[in-house]
Design a protein around this ligand. Sequence first.
Ligand SMILES: [Zn+2]
Length: 131
Amino acid sequence: MTVQARHPQLLRLTDPPIILGHQCIGCRRVAFPPDPYGCERCGSPREDLEELVLEAQGTVRAVATVHRHHQPSPATPFTVAVIQLTGGPVIKAIVAGAGVSVGTEVEGVLVQDVEDAEGNILVDLQFRVMT
Ligand SMILES: [Zn+2]
């Protein structure tokens, strides 16, 4: 049994957690998730994109509470926010706890999600309000 990120190509299980994006060598555009085919802005090929470490920290730009969901996990209700990361890209993620509103500063936390078919524990990234 191992503990691993649900999306190991996007997340490092460090403390604090790190999000993996990329930056274009040509135009310096920062993107998350990484583009599989090359830079969306200047058209540079995939080989001209460098891995970029992004802090799992940012500001809430929009927030919604989900009451019905087509999957058993996460259990409803839960809060989803559009978060502008400190490093630039905008992501959608679950924010745990109360007190989340537009403008709230949030930080990433690792949560144990589910076990896969081999019994490995999958860890995912959520956010919480910064104290
Ligand atoms: Zn570019």
